[in-house]
Design a binder for this molecule. Structure first.
Ligand code: MTE
Ligand code: MO
Length: 372
């Protein structure tokens, strides 16, 4: 059993698949803290978790022609300036279960919890690439990452990002060795993973083994044949993965974590809580909440840190305290967020349905009953 050596996990996690391990924190725990505690940070593994020895671990950085390839130990990586950044990581499949309700899709049934936030620390990728002699000369180039996890045929997890993002110090792409002040937990990439602020989780390659600069995107299945969006009319007979760009930055997203769908609540005061986040460093500027299915709206209070313009890498938690109109038997609670480019979420799921169930960011809806 290749999964026999997987690490222990926190019992509060809601497991979507045991082997490989995929799990999300329950909504009420997810927004209890701005920084998600490591043990309940959502986990998305495609393969068994490798058990890597930090003493013999080496990160291979392929140099440019005429440059120098590097084989970095953890100690070598610690010698680069240590950079810290708070980043929200979201899987492209977050909220997929809502797409499944429209029509069947292929993928794990994530609810609203395939998203979490941590304070990451490590070396900046741009510093390491520069040491190997890489420059931002080729504009069409890509930085390819390979994990040390692999399937029975020996194929490793892989992904890539554009070289321009990798080389931009302001993009703060990290080769992270710390998560919330601790060494990375095994499930989250021990000893080193990539963190790409503002970009879909799939590019944050864990258990990083190899970095290279290539004229094309990573040839990995997960770069070329997955994590792409399509029209609702495209099915598995007609899909042409080469016709769509790989997902990098994610669209504006928000969800309600309290109360939960189907709950029965007391009349009187109600507190609605949730999260909101947008890709590409775009800041959340507003979250609108409705108790009547979208007829009337309240502006929620945004908690969490204000972030620099164009570098809003982390989510905002939000809440709305209001009173339930007297005589109500039920509420249709809805939330929708707006980012600083005034991007908004679509109101329903059907028009954004796609066969892989990615990019599910319609208004989040929760139906609750009120005790008479
Ligand atoms: N890296 C490797 N090596 N193997 C993987 O399976 N999964 C990716 C990414 N990096 C993956 C990986 C996906 S799809 C996501 S959403 C994130 O890791 C999840 O990171 P987490 O498990 O730390 O939350
Ligand atoms: Mo993912």
């Amino acid at each position: 059993d290749p999964y026999a050596d997987d690490p222990m996990r926190h019992p509060a996690l809601k497991v979507n698949s045991q082997c490989p391990f995929n799990a999300e924190p329950p909504p009420e725990l997810l927004t209890e803290n701005y920084i998600t505690p490591n043990p309940i940070f959502f986990t998305r593994n495609h393969l068994p978790v490798p058990n890597l020895d930090p003493d013999t671990y080496r990160l291979h950085i392929v140099g440019p022609p005429g440059g120098q390839s590097l084989s970095l130990s953890l100690g070598d990586l610690y010698k680069f300036p240590k950079h810290e950044v708070t980043v929200t990581l979201q899987c492209a499949g977050n909220r997929r279960s809502e797409m499944t309700r429209v029509k069947e899709v292929k993928g794990l049934e994530w609810r609203t919890g395939a998203i979490s936030t941590a304070r990451w620390a490590g070396a900046r990728l741009c510093d390491v690439l520069a040491q190997a002699g890489h420059q931002l000369s080729e504009t069409e180039a890509h930085v390819c990452f390979e994990g040390l996890d692999s399937d029975p045929t020996g194929t490793a997890y892989g992904a890539s990002i554009p070289l321009a993002r990798a080389m931009d110090p302001e993009a703060e792409v990290l080769l992270a060795y710390e998560m919330n002040g601790q060494p990375l937990p095994r499930d989250h990439g021990f000893p080193v993973r990539v963190v790409v602020p503002g970009v879909v989780g799939a590019r944050h390659v864990k258990w990083l083994g190899r970095v290279s600069v290539e004229p094309e995107e990573s040839c990995s299945h997960w770069q070329r044949r997955d994590y792409k969006g399509f029209s609702p009319s495209v099915d598995w007979d007609t899909v042409d993965f080469d016709s769509a760009p790989s997902i990098q930055e994610l669209p504006i997203q928000s969800a309600i974590t309290e109360p939960q769908d189907g709950e029965t609540i007391e009349p009187g005061e109600i507190t609605v809580k949730g999260y909101a986040w947008s890709g590409g460093g775009r800041a959340v500027i507003r979250v609108d909440v409705s108790l009547d299915g979208g007829l009337t709206w309240h502006a929620a209070d945004l908690d969490g840190e204000e972030q620099p313009p164009r570098k809003a890498w982390a989510w905002r938690l939000w809440q709305l305290q209001t009173s339930v109109p007297a005589g109500q038997k039920e509420l249709n609670i809805v939330c929708k967020a707006v980012d600083d480019s005034y991007n908004v979420q679509p109101d329903t799921v059907a028009p954004i349905w796609n066969l892989r169930g990615v990019l599910s960011n319609a208004w989040h809806r929760v139906h609750v009953h009120i005790t008479p």
